[in-house]
Design a protein around this ligand. Structure first.
Ligand code: UD1
Ligand code: MG
Length: 463
């Protein structure tokens, strides 16, 4: 096996995306396309990876960091010109260089490895990875002679009718003998419909100068999909989604309706968890075993333990520990940390708050900036008043306390263990151990009130 090198082309603007975001930064299942490509490339452990950046260079470098070296293409004159930018880093090496585009997010390590191996077996100077496309429009077409040998690649815009009818496409992935590549790149011209220096032309030049050219046709066209516009982006997302969902199902997760289940790349889910239709699980999320994630829930960057039930709720940057439940229609916001066997019922919002084990927050409650102990009962409609319009304040509620319904806890207060808040109270001061805080006006009954009303004289009302 010769030394392996990889070049990722990621300098284009992606005009056809019609976007402020550079093309390769667009996400497929929560991960930028160029990151998907790099992840698969890294798995092969090549000796050197060079990413060619141009448009959005800073954004791409911020995303990929030290995982790759960079070559800057300051003017986008075509894919061959892009590869030339990696010359300083790679030209003195002997070995095989694989080139892949940053806009083909579905390639797997396995396919790339197969290409390397095939290229080496064939002892070729250049090997093109090709696929049969159901609709080849937009791709470079692979032209073969009567013996079936690849002669050249023709871009859509340069293709005559006969060439356009070819359904074998250039996937934009190639292996080259490294020295041959950097010699022949300089012979590429730009006399074509787009006035660009086309990388695929190197293949023809190598053949015409006596170098062996081969082609490796992959089975699954979907894997080679290149994303140039938003339609292709959604198609790529669909393929990636299916791949991710099948992986989870094979791992023992039940997805009731996988087509309508949206799980980002990298999410982890334990076995025997059931995910209902319409659920979205995004970002850096880990979900444990034996959970039920009900329809319409959205979970983002959160850690969900085992045996947890979430019904139609939104959980973001939050933690739920084993045995707890949430919903329907509740919202855990950043830094909500829910202990074990906690019950969060319906229409509850919790932010920047730690809740101890077995505490119950049943209905219509807002808790912001607080620490709650264990075994607390939070009545219906309790509101933590955490903001005075300028500053946020924090309250502490002891274990085994009882917060009566419709009370306001005006932060900052400290309520000790085993304390009570009477329903309807507005609590502005600390409550000691075993005490009850009551802060509401007393009830007064106005006797004979009915008789004072003019309406009471009408026959209608006295029926
Ligand atoms: C390219 C191939 C085409 C192939 C298709 C597969 C060429 C000329 N054509 O077409 O044969 O079927 O990919 O998806 O190569 N880039 C640069 N610098 C540039 C131009 C492009 O870095 O000056 C990068 C882009 O960011 C992109 C990749 O190269 O990641 C491919 O460029 P793109 O414009 O998408 O080429 P396609 O038209 O898709
Ligand atoms: Mg493309």
């Amino acid at each position: 096996m010769s030394d392996r090198f990889v070049i990722i082309l990621a300098a284009g603007k992606g005009t056809r995306m019609k976007s402020k975001l550079y093309k390769v930064m667009h996400k497929v299942s929560g991960k930028s396309m160029v990151d998907h490509v790099l992840t698969q490339v890294e798995a092969m452990k090549p000796k050197e990876i060079v990413t060619v950046v141009g448009h959005g260079a800073q954004e791409v470098e911020d995303l990929l960091q030290e995982r790759t070296k960079y070559a800057l293409q300051s003017e986008q004159l075509g894919t061959a010109h892009a590869v030339i930018q990696a010359e300083d880093i790679l030209k003195d090496h002997s070995g095989t260089t694989l080139i892949i585009s940053g806009d083909t997010p579905l390639f797997t390590e396995e396919t790339l490895n197969n290409l390397f191996e095939y290229h080496e077996q064939q002892n070729a100077k250049a090997t093109v990875l090709t696929a049969k496309a159901p609709n080849p429009f937009g791709y470079g077409r692979v032209i073969r002679n009567e013996n079936g040998d690849v002669t050249n690649i023709v871009e859509q815009k340069d293709a005559n009718e006969q060439e356009a009818a070819v359904d074998e496409i250039n996937t934009g992935v190639y292996c080259f003998d490294n020295h041959e590549l950097f010699t022949r790149l300089h012979e590429v011209g730009n006399d074509n419909a787009q006035g660009e220096y086309y990388l695929p032309d190197v293949v023809e030049i190598i053949r015409n100068t006596g170098g062996k050219v081969s082609a490796y046709q992959m089975e699954d066209f979907n894997e080679s999909m290149g994303v140039n516009d938003r339609v292709a982006l959604s198609n790529a997302e669909k393929v990636m989604r299916q791949r991710i969902n099948e992986m989870h199902m094979r791992n023992g997760v039940t997805l009731i309706d996988p087509i309508n289940t949206y799980i980002d790349y990298g999410v982890e889910i334990g076995s025997d968890t059931i995910v209902e239709p319409g659920v979205k699980i995004f970002g850096d999320t880990v979900i444990g075993e034996d959970c039920l994630i009900g329809s319409g829930s959205r979970i983002e960057n959160s850690k969900i333990g085992n045996n947890i039930k979430i019904i139609s709720s939104t959980i973001e940057d939050a933690v739920m520990k084993d045995g707890s439940n949430c919903g329907p229609n509740s919202h855990l916001r950043p830094n909500a940390e829910i202990g074990e066997d906690v019950h969060i019922g319906n229409f509850v919002e919790i932010k920047n708050t730690k809740i101890g084990d077995r505490t119950k927050v049943g209905h219509l409650t807002y808790i912001g900036d607080a620490t709650l102990g264990t075994d607390i009962n939070v009545g219906c409609g309790v509101v933590f008043v955490n903001y005075d319009g300028v500053q946020k304040f924090h309250s502490e509620i002891g274990s085994y306390t009882f917060l009566g319904s419709n009370s306001n806890i005006v932060n900052p207060v400290k309520i000790a263990d085993h304390a009570f808040v009477a329903a309807g109270s507005t609590i502005t001061e600390d409550i000691p151990y075993h005490a009850m805080g009551i802060a509401r006006s007393r009830q007064v009954n106005k006797e004979e009130f009915w008789d004072r009303l003019a309406v009471s004289k009408s026959e209608e009302w006295n029926k």
